[in-house]
Each structure stands twice: as structure tokens, then as C-alpha cells.
Design a binder for this molecule. Structure first.
Ligand SMILES: *Cc1c(COP(=O)(O)O)cnc(C)c1O
Length: 456
């Protein structure tokens, strides 16, 4: 392929992507059902026998794909806890894709290994975590929880005289896993993958904001892992880290923090106090594709004791010559993988410490503004809005569902349904760099209009 050919197709993709992003503001956040059906019909074709020109592939992709997307890259998508992608991160991601580096080792990519070290160093600095901790880049907080809890499993069993990497869990001392009642569902999945079981955990009751009740913590003994949540996926509330960590560490337990988005409060000057004391934990899982606003997929696992992560993750067969340098594969559940650290580097480089703090602060203030104005309009806000999450409901289950549907169909903004303390509710998560104050006002008007339109 000629160099001119590369340039043409990449420039074409870039101009299509720019047009997509530039027109997001004027289109419905939720795609038209016809656009999604058109995509599905087009994808129904049988596997082509003959090749196509790359330009034609991209033109078709844009034609059938772009209109069917949900506008989560824009400023008025408040579903789940979803960031957009900062301009520098989209562009960096493309450039790194062109490099096509295999990030598993310093030999396979002398460039990406140092990016991993630099990005981890900056992340630890931004989140005020111990500078000597080790970490890795994975697909998301689910895999970050997996990676951290594998390191935890290693360490608590090692202390009990058991080598879990070589012997597995058959015949191993039992591990007591403690979670809060409002633990994220993915932690249960991770526990099942690690052989620790979904149903044999100790579940500590939560208070009305979803925080683990530290006064209800059981006495702990033997190999124990305690999971703290920093940022409840509905309310944004934080488990009381200080009391839990004291209690757990007194018993020699490992403390893991699921801070998929909440850990980023530590990068703010205004909201950092919510996440105080978490630096005393033993491992931390977070997402970069949520509040750091990098492209999917990108999660980060950080472990205080480098050795526990390394022992849990390294390939003991050592078919590769050990190099002098730090090899990413020794800290990661993956082997070959893309250069996620580049996207994180680009985000932190383009934001700087001040830009990152401003992003977190702005989203939290926007959530507070929304909550205040929704309350004034007679809409029930169910949580204390401490971070970027607002939970509302509209009377009974049926009406709440109808209001959520009306909001989604309005195309102005997108909020999802959820369940909060056994009642159906709507969650508004403000986590995007692209969300302006004007977006917040327009979205407020759309929510208010839906509330007024649907009969009680
Ligand atoms: C989003 C989230 C997860 C799962 O993260 P993924 O990036 O989807 O894997 C886990 N825990 C919490 C608290 C979350 O908000």
C-alpha cells in the first residue's frame, strides 16, 4: 500500500469522525429506532466473498454506524457512569493504533513500557496513592477489581502458608471476603472468577446512602479480604474508609477499594475529603474510561505491595528472557494488548493537575445544580448529592418508567432507569468533560417537561 493510500484513508476517517463529533450537539442523544434497524439490516449480509476497497469499508461504516450510535461522546448523556473521550485522547488513541505496538514487554515495545511507567506514576500522583505502588492497565474496573483481588488472594494465602498460584484453591485455607450490601455487581462476578464464590461472602448492611455500616462489621480472623466502595454507582456515596481500614488492618486483612469513578474525587480540591484515608488501603481499582474521559476500554489496577501483584500475574514458566527493564506483562492478567497507557498519558498531559481538578469539580457542581433545580420543581431527589450522581423518582414505578422513556425519546438528554433501595428510580450521572452548563440547563428543562407532561 502506498504512503498516499494510507494518508487518504486516515484523512477520510478523521474527517468523518470530526463531522460526527461536530454534529452531535444537534442530533438526538438516543438514536432513531430506524437508524438502528437500518444498521442491523445492513449487518445481515452474508460474509463477503470478494475484497472491498478500504475507503468503501469506511464510507459504509460511517453510513450505517454513525446514525445508530448513542451520543455518549456529547454533553447530555447521563446514563450509567459514562465519560466521553477528551480530544487529545481520541487523537492519541488513533496515533497509537497506527503504531500498533504490542505492549506486553519492553522488548516487544520499547516505547509503550515507559509510557506505562509514566502514566502509572502520574495516576498515583493525581490520586495521591503511595508512589511505590505498582499497577497495570486493563479493560475496565471489572478487570481492575479482578487483578487487585488476585493480588489480595495471593497475599492472604501466602501469609497462611499456601501458594495459590501453584496449588490453586483445592485444599487451601478458607478466605473470608467482606463486602458492603451495596457492593457493585461486578465484584461478585470477579469473586466467582477467582474461585472465591459469590455466595460465601460476608455482606455488611448499608445505610440509607448505600454506605457500608462500619458499626456492623464482623470480627475478622484468618485470611481476609475487605472490599470498600468509593463511589456508589447510584448515590455516589463513599464507604467510611477510616473505620473500615482500621478494623481490617488490626486483623491483618487486605483492604481493596473499588473506586471505579469515586476515586477521582481525590484529584479534586473541593471534593477530595470524601475520599480521605483511602491511601491506607492495599489495592485500588479504577476506570480511566469513566471520569478521566479516555476512549474505551481503559481501567487501572494499583497494588501497594508490588510483589503481591507480580507474584499473582507473572508467567512463572518464564519463556521470555527476563529483561533489566520493567515488563508490563509481569503485572497484567493479559499478555499481548494495546497501548492503554498512551490514552491515559494524553488525558493527564492535556488536562494537567488543574484541568483534572476542574473537570471533577465542574461535574459535581453541575450535579448539585441539577438536584437543586429538580427539587424546586417538585421532583423527589432520593440521595444526598455529594458527588456527581443524582437519583430521582417520579411517584410510582409505572410513572417513573414512563417519565424515563419520555426523557430518552425527547432526544435532548439520556438518563437511565435504576433501582434504589427497592424502588424504581432514574439516575443522572454527570461525568463528561463535554458537559457544559448550557447542557445541564437544557437537560433540566427536558426532565421537568417530561415530569409535567406525564399525569401522576
Ligand atoms: C462501572 C463500575 C464498575 C465496573 O466497571 P467497568 O469499567 O464497566 O468494568 C465497578 N465498580 C463500580 C463502582 C463502577 O462504577
Amino acid at each position: 500500500m502506498s504512503s498516499g493510500h494510507n494518508r487518504d484513508i486516515l484523512a477520510d476517517a478523521a474527517s468523518r469522525a470530526a463531522r460526527y463529533l461536530d454534529t452531535l450537539d444537534d442530533r438526538s442523544v438516543q438514536p432513531a429506532p430506524e437508524a438502528v434497524n437500518r444498521l442491523k439490516d445492513a449487518l445481515g449480509e452474508t460474509m463477503p466473498e470478494l475484497p472491498s476497497e478500504p475507503e468503501d469499508v469506511i464510507a459504509l461504516l460511517d453510513d450505517i454506524g454513525s446514525p445508530a450510535t448513542i451520543a455518549s461522546a456529547g454533553g447530555r448523556y447521563f446514563g450509567f457512569v459514562t465519560g466521553s473521550a477528551l480530544p487529545a485522547t481520541v487523537a492519541a488513541n488513533w496515533l497509537a493504533t497506527a503504531w500498533d505496538q504490542n505492549s506486553f514487554s519492553s522488548v516487544s515495545s520499547p516505547a509503550i513500557a515507559p509510557f506505562e511507567e509514566a502514566s502509572l506514576r502520574w495516576i498515583k500522583e493525581a490520586l495521591a496513592l503511595p508512589t511505590t505502588a505498582e499497577g497495570t492497565f486493563v479493560t475496565g474496573a471489572t478487570m481492575a477489581n479482578f487483578t487487585c483481588l488476585a493480588a489480595a488472594r495471593h497475599q492472604v494465602l501466602k501469609k497462611a502458608g499456601w501458594d495459590v498460584e501453584s496449588q490453586g484453591l483445592f485444599g487451601a485455607p478458607e478466605i473470608n471476603v467482606v463486602v458492603g450490601q451495596e457492593v457493585h455487581a461486578t465484584v461478585f462476578k470477579v469473586l466467582s472468577l477467582l474461585g472465591l464464590g459469590r455466595d460465601r461472602v460476608t455482606v455488611v448492611p448499608a445505610d440509607d446512602q448505600g454506605r457500608m455500616r462500619s458499626d456492623a462489621l464482623p470480627a475478622l480472623e484468618g485470611p481476609t479480604i475487605v472490599c470498600i466502595q468509593a463511589g456508589n454507582v447510584n448515590s455516589g456515596a463513599f464507604d467510611p474508609a477510616d473505620a473500615i481500614i482500621d478494623h481490617a488492618h488490626k486483623a491483618g486483612a487486605w483492604v481493596h477499594v473499588d473506586g471505579a469513578f469515586g476515586l477521582w474525587a481525590r484529584a479534586s480540591t473541593t471534593f477530595a475529603a470524601l475520599a480521605d484515608d483511602l491511601e491506607r488501603a492495599d489495592s485500588w481499582a479504577t476506570d480511566a474510561h469513566k471520569w478521566l474521559n479516555v476512549p474505551y476500554d481503559n481501567g487501572i489496577a494499583i497494588v501497594r505491595e508490588p510483589d503481591s501483584l507480580r507474584q499473582a500475574m507473572s508467567i512463572s514458566g518464564a519463556y521470555l528472557l527476563a529483561s533489566e527493564q520493567r515488563d508490563p506483562i509481569d503485572y497484567s492478567p493479559d499478555s499481548s494488548r494495546r497501548a492503554r497507557a498512551v490514552d491515559v498519558w494524553a488525558a493527564l498531559k492535556s488536562l494537567g493537575r488543574q484541568g483534572l481538578a476542574a473537570l471533577i469539580d465542574r461535574n459535581c457542581h453541575q450535579a448539585q445544580w441539577l438536584a437543586e433545580h429538580l427539587r424546586k420543581s417538585g421532583i423527589d431527589v432520593l440521595n444526598d448529592v455529594v458527588l456527581n450522581q443524582v437519583i430521582v423518582h417520579f411517584g410510582n414505578e409505572k410513572r417513573t418508567q414512563r417519565v424515563v422513556d419520555t426523557i430518552q425519546n425527547s432526544g435532548v438528554c439520556w438518563c437511565g432507569g435504576t433501582t434504589w433501595q427497592n424502588q424504581p428510580a432514574m439516575r443522572i450521572s454527570v461525568s463528561s468533560w463535554a458537559t457544559t452548563d448550557d447542557d445541564i440547563e437544557r437537560s433540566f428543562e427536558a426532565i421537568k417537561a417530561a415530569h409535567e407532561e406525564i399525569a401522576p
